[in-house]
Structure formats: structure tokens, C-alpha cells
Design a protein. Structure first.
Length: 366
């Protein structure tokens, strides 16, 4: 049962919200001020916080900043709920670290709907795991990290919900660079942690991007000592935190990948329009078939990293014996976007490539 903390100095609002949320099956805790709310959060963090703006002792903005400063709570969903509804008020809330901003004119059913979205369709009856979507190629240089990162951002922006992104490249993964982040925390801090694997342990190692993407980064250099936990277990647990978790997979059928396959809702198989890449994609599909993977979950995507036309789409589809789910055209600004630390869907949002990526994101949600 998810716990919701409501922080508001208006007793009538507290009673109304408590009644509505408990009727929906949630456990509700109340606080009439920011300091009181912070005490509750420190003692036992809830799954979602709803906070008013204008309160005695501490504003909702300051309360949100204080929560964000607590270790491991950087990504805790916080909804600012206020009588103010100007654009400047919403921006102030988001700048303070709020996940969303809702005016008090919004009815309780709409608030409950938003809570369920933030929890990844978690309801009082129990939590439903989100979908894991892997991005894979046996050949490097075809744009797997680029697609995984940009689609994660596109999903977060379009759905307005947190999206998980896990970089499983063992050395010098690029997801952090593409997001303009310099993560100090990474997956090996979880793998080697002696504590029992938990959602809280994973949240402590996530790095937040302003789009709503929550990155579980790879280290620049992976430790040589074995970990206590497996990559499969960590990614599976991470899938419980978000409605969608995208995974940048290594370019080989490693033991970890073999363990992850059965948990993937979809596997995006990325290739470029050249013979070596097409051969690698065909071999990958054969190996997936031998491992008993449901080939209906494979999503072939053609990415064009250079302006050279390369192989015809008909040739590629004939070789793979299935249609392409998407074709991402060459984008001249892609390198500039990468060097600036901005995903292409933010740097050149109206470009043909960004548009194709956004359409693919919609396809993957189905």
C-alpha cells in the first residue's frame, strides 16, 4: 500500500484529501507545516508528497528543496498543490524541485490519476512492475546509446512522468554525457553494496535529469572485484520504480543479458544501413531465437548515423524477414547536440530525426 504525505496548513483541505485518497486505497499521513512534514519524511519517506505553497514557517518551495537535499530522495515524486495557477507559479515549483504542479481547482479523481501515473500505475492493491525496454546491437557505432537516451527523454517529456534509464555498458557508458550529466553514482555502487537489494538502495544511486529521466549510470572504469548483487536483479528491481525503464545493453550476449532477456517487454534491435551491421542484426535475431526469446517483442530500428544512403530498406527488411518498426534519418546536428550535452530531442526538437524518435517512443509505449 502506497503512503501519501499531505502537507497543508488548511485543515479542510487535509480532511478532503485524506478522505479521497484513503477511499482510493492509499495510506495517508498529514502534516500542517513544512517542518512537521520534514520530520515525517526523515523518519519514514512516503511514496508521494503533496504540498501546499503558502504555509507558516516554511513555504512549499522551501519544503521541496529540503526534501530534495535528503540523500536518496532526489527523485521522490512531489506535487505542489496551490491556489495559485499562473505559469510563473508552476515554474517556481519546478525550479524548486517539484515533480508536478497542480492548482487546487483540480478535482480529487484527477489528483489520484496523477499519483498513479507518478507511481508507475501503482495502486493501493499493490504495485505493478513497469516495462523494461532493452536497446541492443552486436555491432558498436550504430547509435544504441543515442536512441536509448533520446527516447527516454521523449517519453519523460510527453508522458510527464519519471522514466528510468540504465546504462549497462561496463566501461565509460555515454548516457550521462548525452544528458549533460556528470554522475558520481553508478550501478557498481549497488552491485557491491552488502545491504539487501531494495528500491531505496537503487534510488540512492540515480542521477536526475531535468526532463524527468532518472539515470542509473555506468562507471568510467568498472571494478574488478565481484559484486554481491547481479545486474539482472538490480535492473529488475529498478523496473519497479518507473512505468518504463530503458536499458542500454552491452554489445554481446553476456550472462547478464541472457538473464535479462526474459524480463524485457521489448527489445529494440538497432542497425545501420551497411552490410556488417545488417549481418550482426541477422545473427542477433538467430541467437535470440535459439534462446527462446519471443521474437514478437523484437523491434528492429534502422538508424542512419551518416548521410551516406547505404543499403535499401527493402534489402534490410528482406534479410531480417520482418518490417522495420522505425527509420531514424541522418541528422547533421547530432554531433553538436552530443558535444553540448543535450539530447537531440531537446537540441533540435523540430528536426526530422527528433520527430522520428518521438514517434518511435509512442510505438514503444503500446
Amino acid at each position: 500500500m502506497a503512503r501519501i504525505l499531505i502537507v497543508d496548513d488548511d485543515k479542510d483541505i487535509l480532511r478532503l484529501m485524506q478522505f479521497s485518497l484513503e477511499k482510493a486505497g492509499y495510506q495517508v499521513e498529514l502534516a500542517s507545516s513544512g517542518p512537521e512534514g520534514l520530520e515525517i519524511v526523515r523518519a519514514n519517506p512516503p511514496q508521494v508528497i503533496i504540498a501546499d505553497v503558502m504555509m507558516p514557517e516554511m513555504t512549499g518551495y522551501d519544503f521541496t528543496r529540503a526534501v530534495r537535499a535528503m540523500p536518496g530522495l532526489e527523485n521522490l515524486p512531489i506535487i505542489i498543490y496551490s491556489a495559485r495557477f499562473q505559469a510563473v507559479d508552476r515554474q517556481a515549483a519546478l525550479d524548486a524541485g517539484a515533480t508536478d504542479y497542480l492548482p487546487k481547482t483540480v478535482l480529487p479523481p484527477d489528483i489520484i490519476k496523477r499519483i498513479r501515473e507518478l507511481l508507475g500505475d501503482e495502486t493501493a492493491a499493490g504495485k505493478t512492475s513497469g516495462q523494461l525496454i532493452g536497446f541492443f546491437s552486436l555491432r558498436g557505432g550504430v547509435g544504441v546509446p543515442t536512441l536509448a537516451t533520446n527516447i527516454a527523454v521523449a517519453l519523460a517529456l510527453s508522458r510527464k512522468i519519471p522514466i528510468g534509464l540504465s546504462d549497462l555498458n561496463p566501461v565509460a557508458g555515454h548516457a550521462g554525457l548525452m544528458l549533460g550529466l556528470r554522475p558520481r553514482r553508478h550501478i557498481y555502487n549497488i552491485l557491491q553494496n552488502p545491504q539487501p537489494l531494495s528500491e531505496a538502495l537503487i534510488r540512492q544511486q540515480l542521477t536526475a535529469h531535468k526532463s524527468g529521466v532518472q539515470l542509473l549510470a555506468s562507471p568510467l572504469i568498472s571494478p574488478e572485484t565481484p559484486g554481491k548483487h547481479t545486474i539482472e536483479a538490480v535492473v529488475s528491481e529498478m523496473g519497479n520504480l518507473f512505468p518504463f525503464t530503458l536499458i542500454d545493453l552491452p554489445h554481446a550476449f553476456t550472462p547478464s543479458l541472457n538473464g535479462l532477456l526474459n524480463n524485457l517487454g521489448k527489445l529494440v534491435l538497432v542497425l545501420s544501413p551497411d552490410v556488417p551491421s545488417l549481418q550482426s542484426a541477422a545473427v542477433a535475431m538467430q541467437m535470440l531465437t535459439r534462446r527462446g526469446f519471443d521474437m514478437e517483442r523484437v523491434v528492429p530500428v534502422l538508424n542512419r548515423p551518416t548521410p551516406v544512403p547505404g543499403l535499401a530498406v527493402q534489402t534490410i527488411q528482406k534479410t531480417l524477414r520482418r518490417p522495420l518498426a522505425a527509420e531514424i534519418p541522418f541528422e547533421a546536428h547530432a554531433v553538436t547536440a552530443l558535444n553540448s550535452g543535450k539530447p537531440l530531442v531537446l537540441y533540435a526538437s523540430q528536426s526530422a530525426a527528433a520527430t522520428a524518435i518521438a514517434r518511435l517512443a509512442v510505438t514503444l509505449m503500446k
